[in-house]
Design a protein around this ligand. Structure first.
Ligand code: PLP
Ligand code: COI
Length: 357
């Protein structure tokens, strides 16, 4: 499929100060978009000026949330060249989410090329400052103009870009997390592994309550017994318990994070004892209380590698390690961002070049 391009005649002013970008607040001049009609497939792929979507008030996505999205980043390197990190994996995960949500597949190579072309056009929007990048948000929505509850016949797929800095306003400073003991995020047979808006919508109540109590995020427990630690709102979680790096297994209820996979790969190569296993919250809190929980950090595209300094469960607040950024957390942050920014070699084929910049 040929991607047609129409450039804007009224480019926006770019944010002047890269140190105050925040996350997902600014959007670039162009977007990729195409439509799907059942029986015809994907139609009219194009890059055009960023614009609002006109949806019928009956559009299916607005009522039944048949929606999926992705998140990945493009980075500017020291030599000005621009690269993306593991875009094929995001495209594959988009298709896994699409399958779960009964939505159409998008060819992986075509999708990566659409991203590459869009980022190339938006290359002047890719920031330079350490810790910044161009965040890409591929999104698919169902768009039938009818109220029956079933898979739609019409879809829109689009990609927007946002020059972004740190996800948490506190930057790399350790965050405070509350183990959620009232609400759950995912249940067996549900949509936990899919990147679909409903998972996030249903997390907002817990997140708002936790935020009012001064926490950055909630740590979800499993939906069956509320006993095992899963992930937090926008990151997978890893714990250095004694000398083992422990993280929840991919059991269908957590998002199979691409950052998670990258860190586990690096950890295994370094000879760390990596354990993908169920971790009971009682074991975690006991380990924190008796000093065996040395480090805890979250991993995610937006959040990168984020240290957790304090954990609270049922009103009891415990400090992780000495409450600061652990040595392993810092090393993984440096290694991952080093590979992304070209300071370290890409030994795993994770980097997709976009343009020379
Ligand atoms: N878990 C959830 C719920 C997320 O939203 C994200 C962010 O994408 C992650 C984990 C981390 O996934 P990734 O590393 O692929 O960004
Ligand atoms: C990402 O890290 O790309 C995400 O999608 C997290 C987002 C929910 C803010």
């Amino acid at each position: 499929m040929e991607i047609s391009v129409r450039l804007t005649e009224t480019p926006k002013r770019k944010p002047a100060d890269e140190s105050t970008l925040g996350f997902g607040k600014h959007f670039t001049d162009h977007m990729f978009i195409m439509e799907y009609e059942s029986g015809k497939g994907w139609l009219n792929p194009r890059i055009e000026p960023y614009h609002r979507l006109a949806l019928d008030p009956a559009s299916s996505v607005l009522h039944y949330a048949q929606e999926i999205f992705e998140g990945l980043k493009a980075y500017r390197r020291q030599d000005e060249s621009i690269v993306m990190f593991r875009p094929q994996d995001n495209c594959k995960r988009l298709n896994a989410s699409a399958e779960r949500m009964c939505m159409p597949q998008v060819d992986v190579e075509f999708n990566v090329e659409a991203m590459r072309r869009l980022v190339e056009i938006e290359k002047d929007w890719v920031p330079r400052l350490d810790g910044t990048s161009l965040y890409l948000r591929p999104t698919m929505i169902a768009n039938d103009e009818a109220l029956g509850v079933h898979a739609a016949s019409n879809y829109i797929y689009y990609i927007i870009c946002s020059p972004s800095g740190a996800y948490y306003p506190t930057g790399l400073a350790p965050i405070k997390i509350k183990v959620e003991d009232r609400y759950v995020r995912a249940v067996r047979g549900g949509t936990g592994f899919a990147k679909t808006g409903g998972n996030y919508a249903s997390s907002i109540r817990a997140g708002a309550d936790a935020s009012a109590e001064g926490f950055a995020q909630v740590l979800w427990l499993d939906g069956q017994e509320m006993k095992y630690v899963q992930e937090v709102g926008a990151m997978n979680m890893m714990f250095l318990l004694d000398d083992a790096l422990v993280t929840a297994p991919l059991d269908g209820s957590i998002l199979p994070g691409i950052t998670r996979d990258s860190i586990l790969t690096l950890a295994r190569e370094e000879g760390l004892d990596v354990q993908e296993r169920r971790l009971a919250v009682d074991e975690l809190m006991e380990a924190a209380a008796n000093g065996r929980l040395k480090e805890a950090f979250g991993t995610g595209t937006a959040a990168v590698v984020s240290p957790v300094g304090q954990l609270s469960y049922r009103g009891e607040m415990l400090t992780v390690g000495d409450g600061g950024i652990g040595a392993l957390t810092q090393r993984f942050y440096d290694e991952l961002t080093g590979i992304q920014r070209g300071r370290l070699p890409d030994a795993h084929g994770w980097i997709t070049p976009v343009c020379r910049g």
